[in-house]
Structures are given as C-alpha cells and as structure tokens.
Design a binder for this molecule. Structure first.
Ligand SMILES: Nc1ncnc2c1ncn2[C@@H]1O[C@H](COP(=O)(O)OP(=O)(O)OP(=O)(O)O)[C@@H](O)[C@H]1O
Length: 208
C-alpha cells in the first residue's frame, strides 16, 4: 500500500503544490488525472522519494518514508518501488537484458534472468533482449521500461504515462500484464496518464 497525507512541495516560492490525500491499497490500481502542468509527475516523484516534500507524510506498507535520508531512500526505492518514467532512462552501453538485470543488482538481489525472459515474452520484446536499448523503437523502449520496473517484484509500481506511445493492442497487453503482476505480487499500482483508453479499464481515480 501507499498513502500520502497533507503532502506539499515547492520548486520555488512561486511554484507551490498542495496535493490531495491519496491512498492505494495492495492489488489496487489508481489513476492520477489532471491537466498538463498540474503536478502529476511531481506527485509521482514525491511518492518515489525522488523529490523531498516540504511537508506531509508518505507511507509505503505502513512505514513512514518521507523523512528518509537520500541514501536510505535510494535503497528503499530500489527494493520496494518500481518506477516507469515518462521518458525511459537506460544505460546505453548495456543490452536490454543487462538493463533489466541491473535493477536486480541495484536492489542487492540475485539476477532473475528467467523473470526477465518471461516479462520480455509477455511484453513482446523477447527477440530484442540481446540488442542495445538505442536500437529499439520508442514503444519497445517503453515496454522494456515496464519490464524493468517489475524485475524486483516491488510493493508499489509508479507509472508515468506508461501507455502513451503504445498502439491499442500493446496498450491492452501492458495494462493486462500490470494488473496480473500486481495481483500476483500484491503490489499497488499508481498511474499518471492522459491516455483516455485507461479510463475504461481502471475505475479508481483522483483529479489534481
Ligand atoms: N525541476 C523543476 N523546476 C521548476 N519547475 C518545475 C520543475 N519540474 C516541473 N516544474 C513545473 O511544475 C509544474 C508541474 O510539473 P509536472 O511535470 O509535475 O506536471 P504534469 O501535470 O505532470 O504535466 P504533464 O501532463 O505536461 O506531464 C509545471 O508548471 C512545471 O513547469
């Protein structure tokens, strides 16, 4: 589970945010909607401890995480949170498979090659595992980024526009896979999106 209370943040004295209280239980999916610039990505990055809130609380699995130090936050994030960024970030010198296994390494876990292969097959990029990520299309990179977020079986998956560059077929595949995964591993799934297709498949949502 993930929950926030009275969460505030500011980039500068002119750019202050105050977010509505939010919670997403295990095996639940929540959409975060809002017009461009309303702070959806900012909210997600606060939940991921990539940004430090100026006030309020964040709990993951009932543990208070908002006052973690930078290094404790990085360690906690690697082990418990899977992030699908709006723009995928990969290590370009590594192959797709190595990028997936890097998530295990950073979390101090053993390399789950079979899981990587299984995710690659489910998401339709198994034939690209040996390639460099730069050799993949944008949609393929997005699917690799989704697989990477699942490599440590996180308790919380935070996804920023995970389906925006996918066609209808792959969009449904991805949503299906994410839903199956959160059911299987008991995770919470939080999705920031403009993608109208997701409104039809996810009931719970908040508006910023
Ligand atoms: N690093 C930053 N420094 C200063 N202002 C920022 C920074 N990042 C974002 N902002 C501003 O904060 C506001 C919210 O940005 P954010 O990316 O969270 O919005 P969003 O709702 O995700 O938008 P979009 O739907 O366009 O991706 C925007 O006005 C943006 O210009």
């Amino acid at each position: 589970m993930i929950a926030t209370q009275n969460l505030t943040f500011s980039y500068s004295s002119e750019k202050n945010f105050s977010f509505p209280d939010f919670s997403c239980a295990d095996r639940e999916t929540m959409l975060i909607l809002g017009k461009s610039g309303k702070g959806k990505t900012t909210f997600l990055h606060l939940m991921a401890l990539l940004l430090k809130p100026t006030g309020g609380k964040i709990q993951i699995n009932n543990q208070e995480i908002s006052d973690f130090s930078v290094s404790t936050a990085a360690d906690f994030r690697a082990k418990n949170v899977g992030i699908i960024y709006q723009k995928p970030h990969f290590v370009h010198s590594l192959s797709v498979m190595e990028n997936l296994l890097l998530a295990n390494y950073l979390a101090g876990r053993s390399q789950a090659k079979d899981l990587a292969k299984h995710l690659a097959e489910s998401l339709g990029f198994a034939e690209h595992l040996h390639k460099k990520t730069t050799q993949l299309s944008q949609g393929e990179q997005q699917r690799v980024s989704i697989a990477r977020a699942l490599m440590n079986k996180p308790s919380v998956i935070l996804a920023d526009e995970p389906t925006s560059s996918l066609d209808d077929d792959n969009c449904l595949k991805v949503v299906d896979l994410l839903k199956k995964q959160i059911e299987e591993i008991g995770a919470s799934l939080v999705v920031v999106t403009h993608d109208q297709r997701l409104k039809d498949v996810v009931e719970k949502r908040i508006n910023l």
